[in-house]
Design a protein around this ligand. Structure first.
Ligand code: ADP
Ligand code: F6P
Length: 359
């Protein structure tokens, strides 16, 4: 297995005397892709989970471990994300270390948010610790923020590959992120239950789902639960009077409940409920689903896709690729340069959104 490395000790060279009289550092030339990277053997890789946990992360860890080992590479687990790296919470992982984990929610490695890693000092220390523990490459399972950390480590000479792990589905380069499928199924079942009691009491219910600034969980649950209104940050016009008119109109036509799915990115469900009750005279309750959406045993889809992504990440890391992120697009698993992935924009599919308002 080979690893691409940047020569750190060479200050300046004429790497292309014919084409240029400029002296450029090797590091810059490698970054620009103007000279070939040096290759080095990959003997050991690390794996960590970072940011919010997501069901399916264990399936990804398991696949990274087992695929790397089958490639002849050793694996170390880093506990509690970048914080655990800085604290040197590093353990050896064998095939058996990940037995009986594929069906478990959360992450067996633990996760954290680590402010120190956003700064050069923390990133340089992280790279030094990887070197000290013989970690030639690192798989980072997390969201956009975690990829920034992976990018920084790559700049410091540690090969890195990211895997999209977030329930929010808010990573532009991929149609799939680990945990979204489980989260929407968990939320959908909870919303069905709220709907039962909402109908019995002829109430209006505002149910707030997670997603940070993205409305994917709200949109999917809104459709799956047959919500009367779906409020997502990407589209909501903050016209509450329209919602109020909709509730009054539906009640006139005999509807016994009114379900509003509100995305976390809009929030304020409790005060919205108070205003709607005052305006309609209909009892209105807010339910904030919260962290239950991030837990639980992963669905079949999350287990399978996370397993494939984990294996894919181990393979490309072992091949010597670095600064990459694994993605799933239009039926295919692929990888992108992290910078390119972070530049991409994601939009709510217009047709799905339009349909959601007509059902
Ligand atoms: P997510 O990975 O789900 O987007 P966060 O945005 O909280 O979650 O990022 C997770 C962790 O990644 C942060 O706590 C921090 O350690 C690291 N991180 C976030 N942003 C950066 C950055 N700009 N540079 C380096 N590391 C970062
Ligand atoms: O990114 C996943 C997520 O659950 C978001 O939906 C939510 O906004 C956030 O994490 C909550 O993070 P924390 O665990 O830090 O409260």
């Amino acid at each position: 297995m080979t690893k691409t490395r940047i020569l750190e000790n060479v200050e300046e060279i004429d790497y292309d005397k014919k084409a240029s009289d400029k002296k450029l550092t090797v590091k810059n030339a490698v970054r620009d892709g103007r000279i070939a990277r040096m290759s080095k053997e990959i003997k050991t890789i690390g794996v960590l989970t970072s940011g919010g946990d997501a069901p399916g992360m264990n399936a990804a860890i398991r696949a990274v471990v087992r695929k790397a080992i089958s490639n002849g590479v050793k694996v170390k687990g880093i506990k509690k994300g970048y914080q655990g790296l800085l604290n040197e919470e590093i353990i050896d992982l064998e095939r058996s270390s990940v037995s009986d984990t594929i069906q478990r929610g959360g992450t067996i490695l633990g996760t954290a948010r680590c402010t120190d890693f956003k700064y050069e000092e923390g990133q340089a220390k992280g790279a030094e610790i990887c070197e000290k523990h013989g970690i030639d490459g690192l798989v980072v399972i997390g969201g956009d923020g975690s990829y920034r950390g992976a990018q920084a480590l790559a700049r410091h000479g540690i090969n890195t590959v990211g895997i999209p792990g977030t329930i929010d589905l808010d990573i532009a380069c991929t149609d799939y992120t680990i945990g979204f499928d489980t989260a929407i199924n968990t939320a959908m079942q909870a919303i069905d239950k709220v709907r039962d009691t909402s109908s019995s009491h002829e109430r209006c219910s505002i149910i707030e789902v997670m997603g940070r600034n993205a409305g994917y969980i709200a949109l999917w649950c809104g459709i799956a639960n047959g919500a009367e209104d779906i409020l997502i940050p990407e589209k909501y016009d903050y016209n509450e009077q329209r919602i109020i008119n909709n509730i009054i109109n539906n009640r006139k036509h005999g509807k016994t409940h009114h379900i509003i799915i509100n995305a976390e990115g809009i929030g304020h469900s409790t005060s919205m409920a108070r205003r709607i009750e005052a305006a309609t005279g209909i009892e209105t309750r807010a339910t904030i689903l919260g962290y239950m959406q991030r837990g639980g045993s992963p669905t079949c889809k999350d287990r399978v896709y996370a397993s494939v992504m984990g294996a894919y990440a181990a393979d490309i890391l072992c091949e010597g690729k670095s600064n990459r992120v694994v993605a799933y697009q239009r039926g295919e698993f692929k990888d992108y340069d992290i910078e390119e992935a972070l530049q991409m924009q994601k939009e709510i599919p217009q047709y799905i959104y339009d349909v959601s308002g007509r059902l």
